[in-house]
Ligand binder design. Sequence first.
Ligand code: CA
Length: 516
Amino acid sequence: MRWILLIWVISACAPTVTNEPEAAPPNIVFIMTDDHAKNAMSLYGSDLISTPNLDRIGREGIVFNRSFVTNSICGPSRAVFLTGKYSHINGFRDNSDQFDGSQMTYPKILQQHGYYTAMVGKWHLKSVPQGFDYWNVLIGQGDYYNPTMASMGDTIDHTGYSTTVITDLALSALQNRIPGNKPFCLMVHHKAPHRNWMPDSAHLALGEQTYTLPDNFYDQYQDRPAAADQDQSIKDMFMSSDMKLDPERVQETGSGGAQPGYDALKNWRSTLDRMTSEQMKFWDDYYGPISEDFFKRELKGQELVEWKFQRYLNDYLKCIMSVDDNVGRLLDYLEQQGLMDNTLIVYTSDQGFYLGEHGWYDKRFMYEESFSMPLVMRYPPLIEAGSIDDNLVLNLDFAPTLMELLGIETNEPWQGKSLLPLMKGSQTEEFRDGIYYHYYEYPHGWHRVKRHYGIRTSRFKLIHFYNDIDHWELYDLQNDPQEMVNIYQQADPKLVADLKRKLLQLQQQYEDQETL
Ligand code: CA
């Protein structure tokens, strides 16, 4: 493999006539969803859903079992993927920030090195995408039905379902490039399965399923004041847009984690107004009877909360089923075009999500469900099918990984580490002994999750909540994988001191001065 890369690097720098066979540089297809929990992907052992196409990427390549984000929220995670730098360095700490598009990103570097670069779907960084030959992105969060998108200075209203529309645009981007001319880097960023989880008609036709409540659904948050104070509990979800009840009959009683002044019912009406009459008919045929049944039953207390859980999971999982089908379409195209062997295919999410664990939806916390995300890669020349990796890896690592894969040398001060040794199976020592996390969106923003930072090692996790609180939590992930028992007070002081020392080292290494 090394000689192939070397030949390509030489030819990319200064094209020369050589008797050696010309090896094509790898293409890149980077597929990212929004808020996809590992527990909603069958390859990771989910019993909630079957995701054969997503699983295929991992089965024919590598599955990262311990993949994490540095800051579990949409915009910031995307900025970390693009820049290979932590939020405090790339400047996008929370969703109220705007991405400084003038800074270096991996698509810019790939473009400079002769790649055709394209970005379709959810961008969510507010500033105009830079470093792309072609971009076509949802405006803001975008809509599930009939999304309006911005492309190269134009605004276009699409008819259809966002996951399908984005996949159609991705396929067009591949078809419209000049074949054989340049290697390509295609980024396909889906809105799904982001809130408010509106499925497509094909998956609504499957009907309602019944799911098992997580055994920590009724968590009482003992010794965890930040967990007790959040506003992202399923019991408080919006009755309108989250539960999909009839907007003409429902009274909005859920807080929904919203900021003051947000009118969920009004927004729900305008979302439904986007639909065509045909879409609306299908929608009403499905949700009308659910509404009817709900208003008849007058559910209260535990029954109501568990009804909300079922409604939430039904819609969330159906959105992922559409992602899986559409990733299948993309893989089919690559296969038909003979591109499967020379394309690095990545599937991941901008972070994980709660599917009822701790009684929650949403993300933000450094607890496992939202801190982790799916990460699978397929690239046969380098990655042996069936590879599984248990090292601690981060979204921070993606940009430096591509640089090493493509043999591109830069002076960029990447903060991540190339995953190439893990992909090749040549890593013999522990890749990292700890990963660093920092979340900022408080007291502004949605869901009232307090600011915190922390370290996770292969066994322990130490978190410090700060700002309007000064509270430490420590978990033994081996004995308490659900993070229900905060052992900070009773743990061996040597263990605590060791973790604090490592945490400080990471803050210094990554130049995060804000809490020092
Ligand atoms: Ca997200």
